[in-house]
Design a protein around this ligand. Structure first.
Ligand code: BDP
Length: 657
């Protein structure tokens, strides 16, 4: 049991016979649907029907029990395939497959994975081995995993993939690479997955030999136009570009005194005739005096309304960077005339890599359910991005993938749940974290209640647990620089960028701890719509889980439960550690219900997580204690490390910031 089957553990090769499947035509997509049914469906007769009148379901489908058969209908064939995966899921999770009357319409048009894969096979922030894409073997040699990948995505409704890193190599657009991309696109197509590419803004200069890459330069425009036509000749349904520009040293329109809108529109214009889109990232910040959490807002709000209608601004869930917990990004809702999409991170850059068990659906939901108040109460991020509150020509949702070439795809067996959860939420953001966990456990492990309930409980609390042992109460970015694995709250890189130093984020001193983002500080609170600006800005009303995100708080400040801030912080770290120990106990008890291979693998990962949790707790409490000068509450576990020893730990995990 190596985990390579993911959640697709349907009974093998004993489905219905061909005569039990009624379907007209035999396109590649329909053939996949038929094959899945013949291999795995054990229920009644099935009819697959394309029905043009269902176009309002946008790629969705209906499943209805009609007399003795099930009828799956959809406008497009891909909807039929999704319907097939739906009934297979029902069968696998032992849910009823009779008397069905289901209508499914996806929350988002584009449900996309962002792979941060480099052309040399490495992956930026990838923790499950090298890239799945074997660029050197393509286009001739085709790994069977390409199709398995497409099938897994289709089974949860993911319909798009950006194949390469946002820190994009210009070579991605070279003819020989495009020919490799074409091969992948051809494999993915029957599974309804469109291919997109990250592009380097300097491509015209670096690849095309032009004088510059100024978006207003006619030669540059022509270069992109020709490139688009070259791409679409190979891949007629190519999805479009993802662009990281003028961010962390990447080139962009500002290099020529132009704006993000100038850059994005130039690309949007060349893609427009083919129906392509531009996902332009708002992850921008420079080493300026301005609070990093405010910078994207400052740059993008003045550009609202200046983007073409096939540009979507891709915004990370928080304004800093995929932290265990952030306040939501105030750009959501602030752009009134521009399409916005969320970028989540499935790969656990800031959540213990593939060593820690952290189920991310609660984090995703926390963002999507956040009320921005942009159009009054109820203006959740889900509604802003899915087109309910903004007339979005195209709606989209993205996440940075955690997939690599490890046998089990994601390094940690439980990290598969995060890929699964993203797909399910992209399809329907109304599904609960619990429902998703429940399904995933049944599909991936067993339907034995004795396993499901404790494991589900562990998954559902795991994100909060990670917040507790890493960065409770709104603390953020106190990671060791470069690799972002362990703690380094003392990190202070004099001479470097201040916003790449942990001390910039926690601001601990003799008085207290936390980043003052109120009016007396950076005033980032003013980026939020009323009443949130007031709620966050007032220490009394600010939610305690974001307290140190918005306020610099005295060590002896009294928290709602009567404890001092210092005590609260200490207990939070302690709770984090205790919970991981609890997970170890839970998991050990699960041994009878799970195969030995996956059991042991998860067991050893939990040991690492437990050690890391103690490391985090000791590092943060011992270091912050040098400012608070208060005792660690006597009823919690004593530190087992010396601060000075912890400071000497240097992990060799590579990377820049
Ligand atoms: C940060 C990563 C960095 C990425 C950057 C981005 O540390 O490797 O390149 O985000 O999203 O989270 O562009």
């Amino acid at each position: 049991e190596d985990g390579s089957q993911l959640w697709l553990r349907f009974p093998v090769k004993n489905g219905v016979s061909a005569d039990k499947i009624i379907v007209k035509g035999n396109s590649p997509t329909l053939n996949i649907a038929k094959k899945e049914l013949m291999n795995h469906w054990q229920g009644q007769e099935i009819e697959l029907r394309t029905d043009k009148s269902l176009q309002n379901l946008k790629g969705g489908y209906t499943i209805k029990s009609v007399q003795n058969k099930l009828v799956i209908s959809a406008e497009k064939e891909i909807g039929l395939l999704y319907g097939v995966y739906h009934i297979l899921r029902l069968q696998q999770t032992k849910s009823a497959v009779t008397n069905l009357n289901i209508t499914e319409k996806p929350s988002y048009d584009v449900r996309i994975l962002n792979h941060w894969d480099n052309l040399d096979g490495t992956i930026e922030r990838g923790y499950a081995g090298h890239s799945l894409w074997k660029w050197e073997d393509l286009p001739k040699t085709i790994s069977p995993r390409y199709e398995e990948y497409a099938r897994a995505n289709a089974s949860i409704g993911i319909n798009a993939a950006v194949l390469n890193n946002v820190n994009a190599s210009p070579n991605m657009l070279r003819k020989d690479y495009l020919e490799k991309v074409k091969v992948l696109a051809d494999i993915f197509r029957p599974y309804g997955i469109k291919v997109y590419l990250s592009v380097n803004f300097s491509s015209p200069k670096v690849l095309g030999g032009l004088e510059n890459s100024d978006p207003l330069n006619k030669d540059v425009q022509r270069w992109w136009k020709d490139k688009a036509s070259e791409i679409y000749k190979l891949i007629p349904d190519f999805g479009g570009f993802l662009v990281k520009a003028n961010s962390e040293g990447q080139p962009g329109p500002q290099d020529y005194g132009r704006t993000h809108a100038d850059g994005a529109n130039m690309m949007a214009d060349v893609l427009k005739p083919y129906g392509g889109i531009v996902m332009w990232r708002a992850f921008v910040y420079s080493p300026s005096k301005e609070d990093r959490a405010k910078q994207a807002y400052l740059e993008f709000v003045p550009l609202d309304g200046k983007f073409r209608d096939n540009v979507i601004i891709q915004i990370k869930n928080g304004p800093v960077d995929f932290q265990p917990r952030e306040a939501f990004n105030p750009l959501f809702g602030a752009l009134k005339k521009t399409s916005e999409m969320v970028e989540f991170q499935i790969t656990q850059e800031y959540l213990g890599f593939s060593n820690h068990l952290v189920y991310l659906a609660p984090l995703f939901k926390e963002t999507l359910d956040s009320d921005t108040y942009s159009n009054g109460k109820g203006s959740t991020i889900a509604k802003i991005t899915d087109g309910t509150l903004r007339p979005a020509k195209i709606s989209a949702i993205s996440a940075v993938s955690n997939i690599g070439k490890d046998k089990n795809w994601t390094g940690h067996h439980f990290a598969q749940a995060n890929w699964y959860a993203f797909g399910r939420l992209a399809w329907n953001h109304g599904v609960t974290s619990e429902q998703i966990a429940d399904e995933w456990i049944k599909m991936t492990f067993t339907d034995n209640e004795k396993f499901i309930n404790p494991v589900k409980e562990m998954m559902l609390t795991s994100r909060e647990t990670a917040v507790d042992y890493m960065m409770p109460l709104g603390l953020h970015h106190i990671f060791a620089s470069g690799h972002h694995y362990g703690p380094e709250p003392w990190g202070d890189y004099k001479g470097g960028r201040p916003d790449w130093s942990p001390v910039y984020y926690h601001q601990a001193n003799a008085q207290g701890i936390g980043f003052d983002r109120t009016k007396s500080g950076s005033n980032a609170v003013s980026d939020y719509f009323p009443p949130l600006n007031e709620i966050y800005g007032n220490i009394k009303t600010c939610p305690e889980n974001l307290l140190l995100w918005f306020h610099h708080v005295p060590w002896d400040y009294q928290m709602k439960d009567g404890k001092t801030l210092w005590e609260e912080l200490s207990y939070k770290y302690d709770t984090g550690v205790k919970n991981v120990r609890e997970y170890q106990k839970i998991w050990d008890k699960m041994q009878p219900y799970v195969d030995e291979e996956r059991f042991q693998n998860v067991q050893s990962k939990l040991k690492i997580q437990a050690k890391d949790a103690v490391w985090w707790k000791d590092a943060c409490l011992l270091y912050f204690q040098t400012f608070s000068k208060m005792p660690i509450p006597y009823d919690i576990e004593r530190p087992v490390h010396e601060l000075e020893d912890l400071k000497k730990i240097k992990l060799n995990m590579g990377h820049h910031n």
